[in-house]
Design a protein around this ligand. Structure first.
Ligand code: 1GP
Length: 238
């Protein structure tokens, strides 16, 4: 039995911060994986996430197999839709886009995922996914046809995050969107983390080591880095 969620809860208890590198399968060739793995192994990453809003390819299994041969970190699916499921991963963030009001991303994709998930041994980690306005139209917004939550209305974001916990989600993910101009505000991270008893993930538009530390200090239990590492595999070296 996998205990990947238990490990995240334990890390939160010990205030030991977690860092996920997000890999977008759309931008990754199997032949790139070996070099990439070297960089990941030299980085402080504790987790690998893989997925993207628009990926529709057929090399996800191959990519994950290759990654698992050279990196010994838990690998979580972070799927844009129910077709992005691979039994080669360790776990799946079973997302509900709770910031939006599109039933497809609240329940339809999840229902469609069940027959696929039943054929895997993935650890399923239900996650309330909240898109926060970042002053840029993000892929999540475009694909899901939902509006992000107002970055100035921290009370409403806190309420949404807490509703997510009450609904039984095991994680809350505050997302500014990949390549966001503005990351999730630190004050929002701070207030949401105080509301929750479950671990808090923060990602989108975080592109410096200082910004990672700021998010941790504000209360994020896990930070996700996608574009910064994708654009510069030496990001963690300096
Ligand atoms: C996107 O939160 C992740 O879903 C990471 O975003 O690519 O901006 O790091 P970046």
């Amino acid at each position: 039995m996998k205990e990947l969620y238990t490990n995240i809860v334990q890390a939160k208890k010990e205030n030991s911060k977690l860092l996920a590198i997000l890999l977008d399968p759309e931008k990754l060739l199997i032949s790139d994986v070996k070099n990439l793995c070297e960089k990941i192994n030299e980085s402080p990453a504790t987790h690998i996430f893989i997925g993207g809003s628009t990926y529709n390819g057929n090399h996800l299994d191959g990519l994950i197999k290759e990654i698992k041969q050279c990196v010994d970190l838990p690998l979580f699916l972070f799927p844009g839709d129910y077709k992005q499921i691979s039994s080669e991963a360790d776990a799946i963030l079973f997302l509900s886009l709770l910031s939006g009001r599109n039933p497809d991303y609240l329940i339809e994709h999840q229902v469609n995922a069940v027959p696929i998930l039943e054929k895997t041994t993935l650890e399923i980690i239900s996650t309330g996914y909240l898109l926060i306005d970042s002053r840029t139209e993000t892929a999540v917004e475009r694909v899901s046809k939902t509006s992000p939550l107002d970055r100035n209305n921290i009370d409403y974001v806190c309420q949404t995050a807490k509703a997510s916990e009450y609904l039984g989600n095991k994680l809350v993910y505050l997302e500014a969107g990949s390549g966001a101009k503005l990351a999730v505000p630190l004050e929002m991270i701070s207030q949401v983390s105080k509301k929750l008893t479950i671990p808090l993930i923060v990602g989108g538009g975080i592109r410096s080591k200082e910004a990672i530390d700021d998010a941790f200090n504000a209360g994020a239990d896990m930070v996700v880095i996608g574009s910064a590492f994708e654009n510069d595999n030496a990001f963690f070296e300096l």
